[in-house]
Design a protein around this ligand. Structure first.
Ligand SMILES: Nc1ncnc2c1ncn2[C@@H]1O[C@H](COP(=O)(O)OP(=O)(O)OP(=O)(O)O)[C@@H](O)[C@H]1O
Ligand SMILES: [Mg+2]
Length: 375
């Protein structure tokens, strides 16, 4: 018989809050998502009480895991500050304010063993972030860097599909997750834990907590670089994510047309607000090359991103054409850098990866570039 929310709640009745109240009666629980043996929910408490609640979160996870039929359980502890108190994160709906507090990185805890974390982002959806993130990660790996990739697109995770990963991550010692290895990359995605069909009514804080857990409760091991595939947009959730992940830099993906560039500019502005250096812009779907006749057409107006990068004073990392092979291979879980390493597309991605690596070398300790933003 399928696992129900009621069974989950009944098991949680045996878990006591710090004041002894049974957890389901504390009013801190989000909606419980229970689907195909995978359970997810969050506990939201005041920021001043987080430490006292961490053991409650752990016990809640253990209680749910002990239920018959549960394959995985993810319980997120999220903190909310009462109105009027200073917060590292903005309350929902309000414009987020100052970044990370103090000089960059001061309050940010890195992920042990991970040398550099970089985000692949864009203001606009569907411009090819995930495709770029995967091929960039493979390009960095081909350059000899031990590389991981984290799918932070909690609204629409892509890595299970782009890397054809069907297996679920194993747990280590019941609490930590072992990432999946594919094409030499260390991979983690929220999509491994929650089904594609699961309606994800994620509240902002839940998203952040899930992300924090994927950073901190996954055995990433020693990595030279971790590539984070960000969700599209520059709203509060994305800004908060950019604040919560200890990023060394961000790669912005844009298509060449004006509308996408306006969004790319917003993306750059977002990273600037949180003092994350922009490592550069990639122009994806830069031009169209007909697979039959080889004729090239600049359907989106080729060169827009290069021009924009120059204008904003950020590096231009390279261009990737709009090509059927890239889409077909991507959608089949065979990213071109792994499946056609000698092809022209793989070369383009490797060249971009080399520039990113060089930018990263320079990014250490460098302040964010001064960027004039009009968006
Ligand atoms: N250079 C390219 N040539 C051809 N197809 C591409 C290229 N880049 C991406 N695509 C295709 O475009 C679609 C969107 O790409 P992708 O999922 O990488 O975008 P995204 O920006 O991550 O989207 P979302 O905002 O939904 O996360 C996919 O079907 C992908 O295969
Ligand atoms: Mg994506």
């Amino acid at each position: 018989m399928a696992l129900t929310k009621e069974q989950v709640l009944t098991s949680l009745a045996g878990v006591a809050a710090p004041d002894g109240t049974p957890l389901p009666r504390t009013g801190t629980l989000s909606e419980v998502v229970a689907n195909d043996g995978k359970v997810f929910f969050s506990i939201t408490v005041d920021a001043t009480e987080v430490q006292a609640w961490e053991s409650v979160r752990k016990r809640a996870e253990e209680a749910v895991r002990a239920l018959p039929g549960v394959k995985s359980a993810l319980v997120a502890l999220t903190a909310e500050r009462k109105a009027g108190t200073a917060s590292p994160r903005s309350p929902q709906g309000a414009a987020p304010q100052a970044p990370r507090g103090g000089p960059r990185g001061e309050a940010m805890q890195g992920v042990p063993g991970v040398e550099a974390i970089i985000a692949v982002a864009s203001g606009k959806g569907g411009v090819g972030k995930s495709t770029t993130a995967v091929n960039l990660a493979l390009g960095l790996s081909a350059l000899g860097l031990k590389t991981g990739i984290l799918d932070a697109d909690i609204y629409g995770p892509s890595l299970p599909k782009l890397l054809a990963i069907k297996e679920k991550p194993q747990t280590i010692g019941g609490t930590r997750l072992k990432p999946i290895t594919r094409y030499g990359l260390t991979v983690m995605s929220i999509g491994f834990l929650i089904d594609e069909e699961t309606p994800m009514i994620w509240r902002g804080p839940m998203v952040i907590s899930a992300l924090t857990q994927m950073l901190r409760e996954v055995e990433w091991g020693a990595l030279d670089v971790m590539v984070v595939d960000m969700p599209p947009g520059t709203g509060d959730a994305q800004l908060t994510m950019a604040q919560q992940v200890p990023l060394k830099g961000a790669v912005i993906v844009s298509t060449p047309q004006d509308l996408a560039l306006i969004d790319a500019r917003r993306g750059i502005a977002m990273f600037k607000r949180v003092n994350v250096p922009v490592l550069g812009i990639v122009e994806n779907m830069s031009y169209f090359q007909c697979p039959q006749c080889g004729t090239r057409s600049d359907i989106f107006g080729h060169g827009g991103a290069r021009h924009e990068a120059e204008r904003l004073g950020v590096p231009f990392l390279g261009e990737v054409p709009l090509h059927m092979t890239i889409r077909e291979k991507s959608d089949a879980g065979l990213p071109v850098v792994a499946s056609e390493p000698d092809g022209v597309h793989a070369q383009a991605y490797r060249a971009i990866a080399a520039k990113v690596r060089d930018q990263l070398k320079g990014a250490a300790g460098r302040p964010a570039p001064r960027i004039v933003i009009e968006a």
